[in-house]
Design a protein around this ligand. Sequence first.
Ligand code: HEC
Length: 107
Amino acid sequence: MRDLLFATSACAGLLGLLAALPSTGHAADTAEGQRLYQMHCIACHGATGESLIPNTPNFSRGEGLMQADIGIMASIKAGKNAMPAFAGVLRDQQILDVIAYLRTFQR
Ligand code: HEC
């Protein structure tokens, strides 16, 4: 009985430790990406990734997305022509979440 109690509390301790670890490096979260997109990007890029603004990539055709996440992240952080820079506005993990969401527009 004491062993069982010990095992249970050790388990709870381990779970607590896991919960306390920083959540960096988790898989990209498209739901969070969608939330951030609606807050920061939708005005220019549109609800379906098809922008009405000239010279803006059409994400549903994969424009601007045919590069590795790291390249897209660089553009979003630094800004590009009419697009403002998001460095200091969004954290890297948030940008990765948004990129995962951008890729869902592609048909
Ligand atoms: C003020 C309007 C505006 C906002 C807000 C905006 N964008 Fe853009 N975005 C643009 C324009 C314009 C371009 C085309 C830039 C160019 O290639 O000249 C662009 C280009 C891009 C590209 C292609 C980059 C590349 O490497 O070619 C991506 C990806 C992108 N935007 C994602 C986002 C995301 C994600 C957000 C929100 C966090 C966002 N944009 C917010 C206007 C905007």
